[in-house]
Design a protein around this ligand. Structure first.
Ligand SMILES: [Zn+2]
Length: 414
């Protein structure tokens, strides 16, 4: 590709140089630490051109020389990698119970972190003020100069209107419609702002920095109090025509099932989300089913959470074990549909389900082995995320980083 670029006619010298700079930078970003010799090979550019671009990027501070290759007699080639602390991003995740804000670098590493819980009854205006305060404090406390920040990303536990990027009412915060985080935050902080859905943001985080790295067709399932999905299709996030692709939680699995937050009945989310199984466990405890969960909640059934059910299941508590087993079977049914329909290379399970990974993988795999079509099943790997609850927040910064490398780097090239 690069050889074509080098030979391409019609573009100005500057455009051509910008493209070559981008190519070298992308090669270092994707493959670093990498020897200069290897960069020449992978880009197809001449040694002299690569050398001049490397000097330019090194002088800018965008790449670092981190060593020399072992010599086989010839002159050892220098090794370079991206300077991940050249610029910084701010990532936010807004759920219906808390605001999570981070400062991270170009490699998605979290450098500063802040969590502010809230009660949704305080209203959206107060929560927006909390979000602004949280970002403000994070920037100040980081000690990083303001001009080193390149943008703010917001991952929301809901959908937004793709035309103007204002929020639609959140499933758990129905009064949250019509908020433009983009204009609020970009006006306040004078930085570009990007908005994304949590499951999509988490899928981007996995694709760039986690278990989706190098995987062109992957699905990220966020299994928590909701059931969302981010689809990586041919290496890119697939969002559908109106940005709502991946609503895996709202496929109907039981037409006589419980009412779902979306208004439908028997959605997978209403049966196999952590919220659904907690409701189920509470009902059974109220009916007098014997379980160690009764002791764990300390006489207040409202204390029951998903982690307690997982811990009780590990202790072979019959009720808890049965609940996790059934949840796994139901998720397995949904995953069979995904495997047959989309033929993904890897399915990454993230969110609260990770607490139950050791137990729940057994019923999931039993159903997948039994029901999924053989060819796609053999080619799909099911894994659990190791990014924890940070995936959505880190993922909210990916569009900022992408834009930086696509556009802003060019402004540095003279
Ligand atoms: Zn639903």
């Amino acid at each position: 590709m690069s050889k074509i670029l080098e030979k391409q006619n019609g573009g100005s010298q500057t455009v051509l140089r910008q493209r070559n700079v981008s190519l070298v930078l992308e090669t270092i970003k994707s493959n670093g630490p990498i020897a200069k010799r290897e960069i020449v090979y992978l880009t197809g550019l001449s040694f002299a051109k690569v050398n001049s671009i490397i000097i330019f990027l090194h002088n800018l501070g965008l790449i670092l020389e981190v060593g020399k290759e072992k010599s086989n007699g010839g002159r050892p080639s220098s090794i370079f990698e991206l300077n991940q602390n050249f610029r910084y991003t701010i990532g936010c995740q807004l759920s219906h119970t808390q605001i999570h804000t981070i400062v991270s670098n170009l490699k998605g590493e979290i450098l500063f972190n802040n969590i502010k819980p809230f009660d949704k009854s305080i209203g959206k205006e107060v929560v927006i003020d909390m979000l602004i305060d949280s970002i403000d404090n994070l920037i100040k406390n980081s000690g990083i100069p303001k001009d080193k920040f390149i943008g703010i990303g917001v991952a929301i536990a809901g959908l937004f209107n793709p035309k103007d990027e204002t929020t639609l009412p959140f499933p758990h915060l129905v009064t949250w419609g019509n908020v433009s985080f983009k204009s609020i935050l970009s006006n306040k902080f004078k930085l570009p702002c990007y908005i994304n859905n949590v499951a999509n943001a988490a899928a981007l985080a996995e694709r760039n920095f986690g278990l989706g790295k190098g995987i062109e067709n992957a699905l990220y399932l966020n299994v928590g109090s909701g059931l969302g999905m981010g689809i990586i299709f041919n290496g890119k996030l697939y969002e559908g025509v109106s940005g709502t692709a991946g609503e895996f939680g709202h496929i109907t699995v039981d037409e006589n099932g419980p009412l779902c937050a979306c208004g439908n009945v028997g959605c997978l989310e209403a049966i196999a989300s952590t919220k659904a199984v907690i409701i189920d466990a509470k009902d059974r405890l109220r009916q007098g089913v014997s379980s160690v969960l009764s002791n764990m909640v300390k006489d207040n059934i409202n204390n029951l959470d998903f982690k307690m059910i997982c811990d009780a299941a590990v202790q072979s508590d019959k009720l808890a074990f049965g609940i996790i087993d059934k949840m796994g079977q139901n998720l397995g049914e949904g995953i069979v549909t995904l495997i047959n329909l989309l033929n993904p290379e890897r399915i990454i399970l993230g969110g609260k389900i990770v607490d139950a990974s050791k137990l729940i993988i057994i019923p999931i795999m039993n159903i997948v082995q039994k029901r999924a079509l053989e060819i796609p099943r053999r080619n799909t790997e099911i894994v659990f995320s190791n990014m924890g609850s940070n995936a959505g927040t880190v993922g909210s910064t990916i569009p900022i980083i992408e834009k930086f490398f696509e556009n802003e780097v060019n402004t540095l090239v003279d």
